[in-house]
Write a protein that binds this ligand. Structure first.
Ligand code: PLP
Length: 314
């Protein structure tokens, strides 16, 4: 009985839309303010974050109070990435259509893990997969997985590499695990992004086993210093060094890797998009010769949500 009352109240709250109007007003106030505000929160805004320190509530809080609190003390404590004045890391300002579409998508309340759970989610994913393969000029047989960021995308790409290399060695990782598994070689440049090391650690491949290749003063792998490769090697390259923006020489290095039948993974968090721009495309020459590519939407494309993509031709 009590559950029914709560559920009815909840649906009533959705139907009368009052809290959405309140949130709507707050978002408009935020937009009115964000272009002139300090990019980084003021000391007062940071101090006010202590308002969120409270004991775990024993009673539920009114929805309008939750929204009030978020707006009153949360909105001033955001970093103003919106508005084009934030130049930290590789994050820019979201585009209007991205923000608006995200708002609509939030109200849709989808958990689109299967077509039957969300035909529109599934449809959009299928289309975006096709577009990305076309945009990046990747092999037609490639497929895409949508994850939370490039870190996770690389984790997935390297997991696929691990699976395939061990399978070629008659070792089914899914059934047998890693204990006593054949050795996999990992080759990467000395300025591989820290998230690559994290993925190698999580996958049990061992950061200490990495064969490091020297890089130039922009962080590019020096192609002449590449070790001999073989079919048990995962080679990890980079499209866009986070400090310098430099790209590895994919054409030369991938050719060598393909001859040896190595798996090539490219960490292209923000840089892979260069392949879609006529004037920048020379930077990514040869990327289609790799086997997996990690990229995301929240850096170069400025999606206002975490959006990683793993593309894989195997
Ligand atoms: C080259 C590179 N790889 C990976 C990442 C991690 O991306 P994410 O935060 O989407 O996991 C970054 C982040 O800046 C990056 O620049």
């Amino acid at each position: 009985m009590k559950d029914d009352i709560i559920q009815n109240q909840m649906f009533q709250e959705i139907k009368n839309k009052e809290i959405f109007k309140q949130a709507h007003q707050y978002t408009f106030d935020y937009l009115d303010n964000i272009f002139d505000r300090n990019v980084y929160p003021t000391d007062e805004a940071l101090a006010n974050l202590s308002k969120f320190d409270e004991e775990f509530p024993q009673e539920s809080t009114r929805a309008s109070s939750v929204l009030y609190m978020l707006n009153q003390y949360g909105s001033p404590a955001t970093t103003a990435t919106l508005g084009g004045r934030y130049h930290g890391f590789v994050i820019g300002s979201a585009l209007p259509v991205g923000l608006a579409a995200k708002n609509l998508g939030t109200i849709w309340d989808q958990a689109p893990s299967m077509n039957v759970l969300s035909p529109i989610g599934s449809k959009l994913e299928t289309i975006v997969e096709k577009w990305l393969i076309e945009l990046f000029h990747l092999p037609n047989k490639s497929s895409a997985g949508f994850v939370s960021g490039t870190s996770t995308a690389s984790l997935c790409g390297l997991a696929a590499a691990r699976y395939r290399i061990l399978q070629r060695n008659n070792w089914d990782i899914n059934n047998k695990g890693l204990t006593n598994a054949p050795k996999i070689r990992i080759v990467t440049g000395k300025q591989a992004h820290s998230t690559i090391l994290k993925a190698i650690g999580i996958l049990g491949l061992g950061v200490d086993n990495i064969e490091w290749v020297d890089v130039d003063n922009q962080g590019r792998i020096i192609a002449d210093l590449m070790p001999d490769l073989d079919e048990n090697t995962i080679l990890i390259l980079q499209a866009g060094n986070v400090n310098s923006g430099a790209f590895d020489d994919f054409e030369t290095i991938c050719e060598k890797a393909n001859k040896a039948n190595s798996w090539v993974h490219i960490d292209g968090a923000f840089g892979l998009w260069a392949n879609a721009v006529e004037e920048l495309k020379y930077l990514t020459k040869g990327i289609s010769k790799a086997t997996s590519w990690a990229v995301d939407g929240h850096k170069t494309l400025n999606t206002p949500y975490d959006c990683g993509i793993i593309l894989c031709s195997d």
